[in-house]
Design a protein around this ligand. Sequence first.
Ligand SMILES: Nc1ncnc2c1ncn2[C@@H]1O[C@H](COP(=O)(O)OP(=O)(O)OP(=O)(O)O)[C@@H](O)[C@H]1O
Length: 259
Amino acid sequence: MSTTTTTAIRLQGLGKTFSAEDGPVLQDVDLDVERGQFVALLGASGCGKSTLLNIVAGLEEPTAGSVTVPAEGAALMFQDAALFPWLTARRNVELALELRGVPAAQRRERAEELLELVRLPHAADKRPHELSGGMRQRVALARALAQEREVLLMDEPFSALDAITRDLLHEELLRVWRATGRTIVFITHNVGEAVRLGQRVLLMSSRPGQVVQEWDTRPWKDPESYGFEGSAQSLDDTLAELTRTITARLREEISRHAK
Ligand SMILES: Nc1ncnc2c1ncn2[C@@H]1O[C@H](COP(=O)(O)OP(=O)(O)OP(=O)(O)O)[C@@H](O)[C@H]1O
């Protein structure tokens, strides 16, 4: 099924069971993601985040419920950039354009535009082994954007990077998101990352995986539109408090699962 004008992704009563013996990995997941939204999906290891993303991407079939996504499908980005090692950064991006049927004459220019968008124009002729981990993820982002799909699904794309590089890429991703208006679902188990990036932070429980709680960070990120009148300091304090609250809830979910 394809989506409506305002909803990019709709999950209704979604469930996934790989084996009857292990029981459901996902059960009764209901979720609407509006077009242009940035959603961070947080949960303990093994709670079914990747399975959920793979179902939205069409890589896995649900065993219950329904998934509605844009007709053209979604672009995916993983923790491992998975670039072709023998191709330059530009050629890796061009390949995605080629697969989409972009004529050869336009590919080079478009690939360069995308590498510029992710702030990597100077590395266009380098091969993946000549790039740092952060640079490789920038190429992977440019390649995902080259697919020109409205929905971008990101499965822990920055979790293998050092803290400073990750911090920089958070800024870059937010800039790219604002510039392109993509709908993003971003998986992480890092609460700080989820709060920083997501307009909505969703917490998944484990076994069966369900969305058990949600926080809206927009009032703090866009205080003027939401009539928040506190100082920058009180804004920071409120976000830090939110991060603590979500961390405590995540811990609860992890220990509940461990019992
Ligand atoms: N193809 C599969 N066949 C059988 N079981 C699977 C398959 N894919 C995932 N699972 C199981 O589903 C559960 C959820 O896995 P999933 O990778 O979705 O979790 P996750 O929340 O993304 O974990 P992590 O944060 O560690 O990446 C796990 O118990 C896993 O073993």
